[in-house]
Unconditional design. Structure first.
Length: 721
């Protein structure tokens, strides 16, 4: 009797498991966040096989994974691809940059290459390790006046930077010719039902078919069903062709993204939430054999991509199912969890199985990055920089980075905040400092200008950056309740050859927050005035280099934090440190401070404004000027668009650096610096910098040796100037 009760309980639990299945989106994050460039899908293929291990999956030499359920007729094949577009290393330059060839070599949107510029990437090394890198991007500071700016869509202008300074350093990282690479990613929830991120549209089918397999494992349905996860779809449907050849099914359902039908030139279906989509050419026969007459239909090119050799014949019953996607084949590609559930239900009906699909977990606001506990001893420079760069704070909304700086300062410091939001630390009597050091806390981003009736948001730009670096990419909107995912919208014709990203960084942008109406937006707690940023994460590159957006000017902020610790509480010279606001909007925080200091007779004799030396140390830029070399030391920013430092003072800083063995560079670059706001009141502006590649982009890159040199010179100048 006990054996019977246990067996009955197990049977009941199996029935219950079969009666309800997890939503497909439970599988979507790990599927999407695993890079699988076409031809290099082995890691993802192995993970899928592991997820199906209790069903005894077959995995062939191409990495195709399949599992079969049931017996008898009809024999169905339900297949989905798992690969994604990307690149493969085709050459390693002597200076350590990687050259690439695209995979697939054709068939992607016209501006696919351009949208990878200045983005963080993941490269697979020879032994399978993942190596971070970035694609070089042009700086808006250095392109004005150039007659022949490199075309960002041209593959000949794609250079990958892993931080290496030589081909030998690349080799030591494990990266080699044939290493695949694709965009770094972290799948993001958008609105109540949306998901956005690189390759999410390439993983929808796998997410659905994994849940389908779990249902069929409990109860196979009618006939024989083979569920297959196939490779190299972008490369001539090679994985699908092999599975077709080995199974010879009577019916085929291909589940995956659609391609534009060249004959009709119509866009694929847009409205997210429409449910399952039947994608087919206008002349295709009806697919009533699927047993679902309520499918949304749209024109699409054939899903079997013609490769080399004889074309594979499809069964008489062959259909292509998918879901609506927005901004396809971009970093901001969007899908809707309701559509994935609808697609799963369509397939369950088709195979004669029944199961209810559980509702997806509702999206909730995310907390802002937490700050570390206040240190009692000097924190490591790298840790300070990571905290500051991963804190968000667009111009005019700089409370969070200001709090981060305060949290990192020594406990004996008593900082002040003025009416402009500038954070101030004074040594000595502070009345008329001999020297002042200033770095700005703000970063590039947007503010919500208006909420539109269709649920989109109009944005104001806060600072300058190329639209191609941000449009069509995931974003974060910072509300009173926390952060919510979004996508900086692209125009409807973004995937046409007639579209070009505007050259003017001030052009208006629009945000998609996954809402259909203004009421939906308000229900998410989003308001006019909320600020918007691009997600960021500090990545450690090779040879002591790091990459993350907002190194401009969190490097300067970090150097000043470290200098305050180094000077100690017994330091009594009249020196002031200011973490200023709104620099990206025209030195506004610095201007307010300078005006107030002048009115109170406390204008400094010398200001060392600490900000980026926008460097031409990349293959894309003209090396005529701004060639501050990464790893060669801090830079005296002697001339920029806002100031010319007295040559005698430049040489004096050089002397201090040489005295203390601090590596130093000097030169001319673009942009302006906070110290320029003080010059009218009689202050001398001697700007200090560090060389930065790919300024004002998500791929900003710095060498930590230069950050250390900057910290050391700030400390010594505070003591000696």
């Amino acid at each position: 009797m006990r054996r019977f009760v246990v067996t009955a309980a197990l049977l009941l639990s199996t029935v219950a498991a079969a009666a309800q299945v997890h939503p497909p989106t439970d599988e979507l994050p790990w599927l999407t966040n695993t890079v699988a460039v076409t031809g290099y899908e082995s890691t993802l293929s192995a993970r899928i096989a592991e997820a199906l291990k209790d069903m005894h999956p077959q995995r062939d030499s191409m990495g195709n994974v399949s599992v079969t359920f049931g017996t008898g007729a009809p024999h169905r094949l339900i297949a989905t691809p798992i690969d994604e577009p990307g690149y493969v290393v085709s050459r390693i330059e002597p200076d350590g940059y990687l050259r690439v060839q695209r995979l697939p070599q054709a068939g992607l949107p016209p501006h696919y290459n351009e949208m990878q510029n200045a983005q963080q990437m993941l490269i697979t090394a020879r032994k399978g390790a993942t190596v971070p890198g970035v694609i070089a991007g042009l700086s808006i500071h250095l392109t004005p006046g150039r007659a022949n700016v490199p075309d960002p869509d041209d593959l000949d202008n794609l250079y990958v930077d892993i931080g290496a300074r030589s081909a030998a350093a690349v080799a030591s990282s494990g990266v080699d010719v044939l290493s695949p690479l694709a965009a770094d990613r972290a799948l993001l929830r958008v609105g109540p039902h949306g998901w956005a991120g690189t390759a999410v549209g390439d993983r929808v089918g796998a997410a659905v078919l994994l849940q389908l397999a779990h249902v069929l494992a409990a109860k196979p349905g009618t006939g024989t069903t083979t569920v297959a996860f196939v490779t190299q779809q972008y490369a001539g449907s090679r994985g699908l062709t092999r599975i077709l050849q080995s199974t010879l099914p009577q019916e085929l359902v291909y589940v995956g993204r659609g391609r534009k039908d060249a004959a009709s030139a119509k866009a694929l279906p847009a409205p997210l939430g429409a449910g399952t989509v039947l994608l087919q050419a206008a002349s295709a026969p009806a697919a009533d054999w699927l047993g679902d007459t309520a499918l949304h239909t749209a024109s699409a090119a054939p899903f079997l991509i013609r490769g080399y050799g004889t074309a594979m014949a499809l069964p008489a019953h062959a259909a292509h199912l998918g879901v609506p996607m927005q901004y396809p084949l971009t970093a901001g590609e969007m899908v809707d969890d309701r559509d994935l559930s609808a697609l799963l239900q369509t397939l369950l009906r088709y195979v004669g199985a029944t199961a209810s699909v559980a509702s997806p977990t509702p999206a909730v606001a995310m907390a802002e990055p937490a700050l570390p506990a206040r240190p009692s001893t000097p924190p490591e420079l790298a840790a300070v920089l990571k905290t500051l760069t991963e804190t968000y704070g667009v111009s005019e909304v700089e409370k969070l980075p200001r709090e981060a700086v305060q949290q990192l300062l020594p406990p004996w410091v008593k900082p002040e905040t003025d009416s402009a939001g500038n954070l101030i630390v004074r040594f000595g009597n502070g009345n008329k400092p001999a020297a002042m050091f200033m770095a700005h806390t703000d970063e590039l981003g947007f503010r919500v200008k208006a909420i539109n009736p269709d649920g989109t948001l109009d944005l104001d730009n806060k600072g300058g950056g190329s639209p191609a670096f941000f449009w069509g990419h995931p974003a974060l909107i910072h509300t009173a309740a926390g952060m919510r995912g979004a996508v900086v919208a692209l125009p409807d014709n973004f995937d046409s050859s007639t579209f070009h990203f505007p050259a003017d960084f001030r052009v208006a942008a629009r945000l998609n927050v996954g809402a259909a109406t203004a009421t939906d937006v308000e229900g998410m707690g989003i308001k006019v005035g909320d600020f918007v940023t691009i997600p960021k994460r500090l990545r450690t590159l090779q040879e002591g280099r790091v990459s993350v957006r907002s190194l401009d000017d969190r490097v300067g902020c970090a150097a000043m934090v470290e200098a305050v610790w180094a000077l100690g509480k017994d330091f009594h010279r009249d020196v002031t440190f200011v973490w200023s606001t709104q620099e990206e909007l025209g030195l506004l925080g610095a201007a307010a401070y300078a005006k107030s200091a002048s009115e109170h007779g406390a204008i400094p004799q010398t200001i060392f404004a600490i900000d980026t030396f926008v460097s031409s140390d990349t293959p894309l830029e003209s090396h005529r000027f701004a060639e501050g070399k990464l790893g060669n030391g801090f830079v005296i920013r002697a001339i920029d668009n806002s100031n010319i430092a007295p040559w005698a003072d430049v040489q004096r800083v050089q002397s201090v650096a040489q005295k203390h063995g601090i590596p130093v560079q000097y030169g001319v670059t673009g942009g302006g610096n906070d110290g320029a706001a003080f010059v009218r009141y009689g202050t001398t502006d001697v700007a200090l910098s560090w060389p930065l590649r790919y300024a004002h982009s998500p791929a900003e890159t710095v060498d930590m040796r230069d950050v250390t040199a900057l910290t050391n010179i700030v400390t010594e100048l505070a003591k000696e100037w």
